[in-house]
Design a protein around this ligand. Structure first.
Ligand SMILES: Cc1cc2nc3c(=O)[nH]c(=O)nc-3n(C[C@H](O)[C@H](O)[C@H](O)COP(=O)(O)OP(=O)(O)OC[C@H]3O[C@@H](n4cnc5c(N)ncnc54)[C@H](O)[C@@H]3O)c2cc1C
Length: 380
């Protein structure tokens, strides 16, 4: 059978994984990005990202995350690259606001995800880094952990190249009918997959912009105490702290402890803003660290990142054909949780692109609505 000629636009984790899966299916794939894959403006940047099955009552993403974990381990074995560390993840359930955490444990029971439930005293004994005065209980997912994000992207691009894929530099835009264009000419290919992350909204002002919002997230890296390994990933898990709108990652490969306090609707100009953390965020994150991780009081900020996510109303990804261009497939809508799902997402998009199956109902462009925190996979 003749190989299809496929163009993937966007070399973040969504595009890179999709390109790799298509190339491995025997298609001829060209990946185009406006910057060098791995660059610091993309969402798929930074040292690390959390990988966890924890998704409230959402069985779909729970299963995808479990499958992705297995795929990341396989990629690690194949490449010899340290892509993932299994340091576990702790979700802290705040007294009076435990719906999402309760739902997560019910889903884990149904799906068969290993976890422990710790009372505050047990959290203090196992993970004394956390001050848990207002915490009712915690769920610990031991097979969760962190992905070395930048390395994951570079390794995927490398595998794609080694399997015969072509990587090119170029800025793809769209004409009045939202047809993809390069250097003033329509992009020509059997199938064109657009995986341009937050940039998808400005490229598709009629199709994607109305169902998306772009938000900036600031993260701080704080030094670990001199002479102590208590905050290293060998001794501390990743954590999610819904009550405080926060999450974090222990120090990995010398990064320092990463903490983010999500301030909803933080604006970001994805083309023009410098990726420098804002003063307001820095103060909030420091306050949070003083509250939750008192062992880091007095420690220094050693690094920081400012990047964007593109949120859909229901926080479900987008994988759907463009309503007017039958060979254009849109793949993204990260909603702040796509990185971990990368290998399964890329495999799924490749199958849709090859028309082996249709997309999932939840990934369609139409019919989006805001979910209640109870329904939502993120609990927000
Ligand atoms: C601070 C922060 C923390 C996060 N934490 C987690 C986490 O713990 N776990 C998790 O699973 N997820 C997490 N996420 C979300 C995750 O990082 C994203 O969902 C994921 O990286 C999105 O990947 P993407 O490939 O869709 O987009 P991107 O990585 O942004 O890639 C898009 C690519 O398209 C290219 N591009 C854009 N426009 C064009 C154009 N016109 N022509 C050509 N190329 C173009 C860009 O240059 C870029 O390389 C986090 C995100 C942020 C910001």
């Amino acid at each position: 059978m003749a190989r299809s000629n496929i163009i993937v636009v966007g070399g973040g984790i969504a595009g890179a994984m999709t390109a790799l899966h298509l190339q491995r299916r025997g298609e001829q794939v060209t990946l185009i990005d406006r910057w060098e894959p791995g660059h610091s403006r993309a969402a798929s940047t930074d040292y690390n990202r959390v990988i966890r099955a924890i998704s409230g009552r959402d069985e779909f993403y729970t299963r995808w995350a479990r499958e992705s974990r297995a795929r990341w381990l396989e990629l690690m074995a194949e490449t010899g690259q340290r892509l993932m560390y299994e340091c576990g993840a702790l979700i802290l359930a705040t007294e009076g606001h435990c719906d999402w955490e309760d739902a997560t444990s019910e889903t884990f029971d149904r799906v068969g995800v290993p976890y422990y439930r710790f009372a505050p005293e047990e959290i203090r004994n196992r993970f004394p880094q956390f001050k848990v005065d207002e915490i009712k209980y915690a769920l610990f997912e031991p097979e969760a952990g962190l992905l070395m994000a930048h390395r994951c992207v570079i390794t995927t691009i490398d595998l794609f190249r080694k399997s015969g894929g072509i990587v090119k530099r170029g800025t793809v835009n769209t004409d009045g009918s939202e047809r993809p264009m390069l250097d003033g000419l329509p992009l020509e290919a059997d199938t064109i997959i657009i995986a341009t992350g937050a940039w998808m909204a400005e490229m598709f002002p009629r199709t994607i912009k109305p169902i998306s919002a772009i938000m900036g997230i600031n993260v701080l890296y704080t030094s670990t105490p001199d002479g102590s390994d208590a905050f290293d990933m060998e001794n501390m898990p990743c954590w999610i702290d819904h009550g405080q709108g926060s999450f974090g990652i222990p120090s990995s490969e010398g990064s320092g402890v990463k903490a983010a306090v999500v301030i909803p609707n933080t604006p970001i100009d994805i083309n023009n803003d410098e990726r420098l953390i804002e003063r307001q965020s820095m103060n909030k994150t420091r306050q949070y660290i003083r509250h939750r991780l008192p062992g880091l009081i007095g420690e220094r900020v050693v690094d920081s990142k400012f990047n964007q996510v593109i949120l859909t109303p229901d926080t479900h990804f987008i994988v759907d054909w463009h309503p007017e261009h039958e060979n254009v497939l849109l793949a993204g809508g990260c909603s702040g949780h796509l990185f971990k799902h990368g290998p399964v997402f890329g495999d799924f998009v490749a199958g849709v692109a090859c028309r082996d199956y249709g997309t999932a109902e939840r990934f369609k462009i139409s019919g989006r609505r805001k979910l209640t925190p109870k329904e939502s996979p993120s609990g927000r």
